[in-house]
Design a binder for this molecule. Structure first.
Ligand SMILES: *Cc1c(COP(=O)(O)O)cnc(C)c1O
Length: 406
């Protein structure tokens, strides 16, 4: 007798898998509570062939397959669309996947893409390798110089990325001026130039990307909306239904679904988003100002600090700032001391990402600043402020700064 037959005989007759799988009980439908339900599915049932053939998930009127949406992901999409001041949202499994979705949905071979030189690094890498391989050329522009953007736009330009503030160096660009240039240059074109904002820094809290002129607003929900440092997700929000449909169909063809459990984590973070943003903003501003006054520090970059690039534009267009500030050490400080400072931090942990509960530190090498306007001897050290007490974080920075005197 094979093992398989032996097992079959040992299954007790009382265990009736069919009855358990096709159990008739349905809980009452009117359960209502602060947290939306967590629905998980690959398969979704249809009551009839007619339903299977007629259901349309694209307008969120029905369910067809887990990849096309569940009550949980539809709910999160609607909330993120509201957060950004848009009308439609598509979720992706990470912020970077959301960037890739935008590029793959909206660009074709022969198109040209413009990226600010201070953009999120992996956005540039995707353009340099995959997009270039598919015949999509990328040019880089200086986001602090609208004339440079105007000069870089060519007949094949289809899409322009924006970031406010820029990754690592935190320059705050004049988005209304930059997006107006794209609109003007679009006049008379069959396919207008699309302005796409990576709104991870503003999180939908500091300003409205659409009001500043963006056509598409992408965000790494990994950062503020989650707030936990424990989930990866991205969103792409639009106001224009035709643009949303293009994104949605590419999203379907690429299979960029998100899990119900991950959507639940982000839904759980949303009610406290504005409070966390404000608290981390206040703490980061206090620490950035304090850090700027310390010996051995050449500059602190943070849009709320006078003298930081784009400070006046930030004052005009934003109601808050993210938890990030970037430190440039004096030229006389040795590179080993910069490393020793980062290694000496105790509450600020070394690690990527930000906007979670734990303060974080990432030292960048000078070589990584290539392509940017970076006149300093040292690479920058980016600090992300978490939810710890500000006095404790200040004490941590102070004790780590002692290595500069060693
Ligand atoms: C973190 C980040 C992303 C990517 O998000 P992931 O979820 O980590 O892929 C994109 N843009 C900006 C500005 C970011 O800070």
């Amino acid at each position: 007798m094979s093992d398989l037959q032996a097992t079959a005989i040992l299954v007790p007759a009382l265990l009736q898998p069919t009855a358990l799988i096709h159990h008739p009980y349905r809980p009452p439908a009117d359960f209502d509570a602060p947290a939306p339900g967590v629905h998980k599915a690959s398969t979704v049932f249809f009551p009839s062939v007619a339903a299977l053939r007629s259901r349309d998930w694209k307008d969120k009127s029905a369910y067809t397959y887990g990849l096309h949406g569940t009550p949980t992901t539809f709910t999160l999409e609607e909330r993120i669309a509201s957060l950004e001041g848009g009308a439609h949202c598509v979720l992706a499994p990470s912020g970077l996947a959301a960037i890739a979705l935008v590029d793959l949905a909206l660009l074709r071979a022969g198109d040209e893409l413009l990226i600010p030189h201070n953009a999120y690094g992996p956005n540039k890498s995707l353009a340099q390798v995959e997009l270039a391989g598919w015949g999509i050329q990328t040019r880089y522009y200086d986001p602090m110089d609208p004339a440079d953007l105007a000069a870089k736009i060519g007949p094949a330009t289809r899409l322009v990325w924006f970031e406010a503030a820029g990754s690592i160096t935190l320059e705050f660009p004049d988005l209304p001026a930059l997006t107006a240039i794209c609109r003007q240059a679009s006049e008379g074109r069959a396919r207008p130039i699309l302005s796409v904002l990576d709104n991870t820094w503003g999180a939908g809290v500091a300003f409205s990307g659409f009001e500043l002129g963006a056509d598409v607003v992408m965000q790494a929900l990994t950062k503020y909306p989650s707030g936990g440092g424990d989930v990866l997700m991205g969103s792409v929000v639009t106001r224009d239904p035709a643009l949303h449909r293009e994104l949605l169909l590419t999203h379907m063809r690429l299979g960029l679904g998100v899990s119900g459990n991950d959507a639940e984590l982000v839904l759980r973070g949303l009610p406290s988003l504005a409070l966390r943003y404000a608290a981390q903003d206040a703490a980061a501003r206090e620490l950035a100002g304090w850090m700027q006054a310390q010996p051995g520090i050449k500059r602190v970059l943070h849009p709320a600090l006078p003298g930081s690039p784009g400070h006046e534009t930030w004052l005009r267009d934003a109601r808050g700032a993210a938890c990030l500030f970037t430190v440039v050490f004096d030229d006389a400080v040795l590179p080993e001391q910069v490393v020793a400072f980062c290694d000496a931090l105790r509450l600020f942990r070394l690690g990527y990402s930000w906007a979670g509960p734990v303060s974080l530190c990432v030292p960048y090498e000078r070589a990584e600043m290539r392509g940017r306007d970076w006149p300093h001897v040292h690479g920058p050290v980016r600090l992300a402020v978490g939810l710890e007490a500000v006095a404790d974080l200040r004490a941590d920075l102070a004790q780590a700064l002692r290595v500069l005197r060693a």
